[in-house]
Design a protein around this ligand. Structure first.
Ligand SMILES: Nc1ncnc2c1ncn2[C@@H]1O[C@H](COP(=O)(O)OP(=O)(O)OP(=O)(O)O)[C@@H](O)[C@H]1O
Length: 210
């Protein structure tokens, strides 16, 4: 049994088939890349896997657990889906502490350790409203990995990152994979996908193909 299973998953919104009969098996401890044009369905696919949209038909299981709209899976999941909603008037550290308080599983030193990875320690006391796009994106990556999440779902994670940060990010993904984390990543940056993914799927008009 794979770690993530999608069986005949379909969803139509306003007469448009957004996800079309998707069958997918993803193994634990792998990095799976998704590529495809704008509007092809990558984000919707991730939303479906995370139980954020209702399916018209089909089934999704993560670690043997059936996923349905509104039920939060037992698996600890880290995500970046579109623009992360940070509180602009809070500092970077306070934003991360606020997010960490939801699950209350990690201490400040673990947050700082994750910030260190992307050289964000020097900016920890600055308000997020002063951050550049790339700095916000680093913060988004940090929140997606800081709790040692076992499933990490990343939609366009390298948006706005400079070259060095992309390398740090790729290295971190490889380390997480070696720790048996399962990572899904959608990106228009084909180099990132080529560099890290074990399997790459093409998404086109709601279909998913190898
Ligand atoms: N809230 C919504 N209501 C109706 N249709 C939507 C909604 N969000 C997305 N769609 C449609 O779903 C389809 C898939 O969109 P999705 O955001 O998954 O594409 P994507 O592959 O992530 O694109 P991009 O590369 O631009 O991020 C598109 O046709 C889009 O117009």
């Amino acid at each position: 049994m794979s770690y993530i299973n999608l069986k005949d998953v379909s969803r139509t919104i306003k007469h448009k088939q957004i996800l079309q009969n998707i069958n997918l098996n993803i193994e634990k401890g792998t990095i799976t890349g998704f590529v495809g044009p704008n509007g092809s369905g990558k984000t919707m696919l991730f939303r479906a896997i995370l139980g954020m949209i209702k399916l018209d038909s089909g089934e999704i299981e993560i670690n043997g657990e059936k996923i349905s709209l509104g039920s939060s899976p037992q698996v600890n999941i880290g995500t970046i889906l579109e623009t992360p909603g940070f509180i602009n008037n809070y500092t970077a550290l306070d934003n991360l502490k606020y997010l960490a308080a939801i699950k209350n599983e990690i201490q400040e030193n673990q947050i700082l350790e994750a910030m260190q990875l992307f050289d964000m320690i020097d900016h920890k006391d600055e308000k997020v409203k002063s951050f550049s796009l790339g700095m916000r994106q680093k913060l988004a990556i940090i929140q997606a990995i800081m709790e040692d999440q076992e499933l990490i779902v990343l939609d366009e994670p390298t948006n706005g990152l400079d070259e060095e940060s992309v390398h740090i990010f790729e290295d971190k993904l490889r380390k997480l994979k070696n720790e048996d984390k399962t990572i899904l990543i959608a990106s228009h940056d084909r180099f990132v996908i080529q560099n890290v993914a074990d399997v790459v799927y093409k998404v086109n008009e709601g279909h998913v193909n190898v």
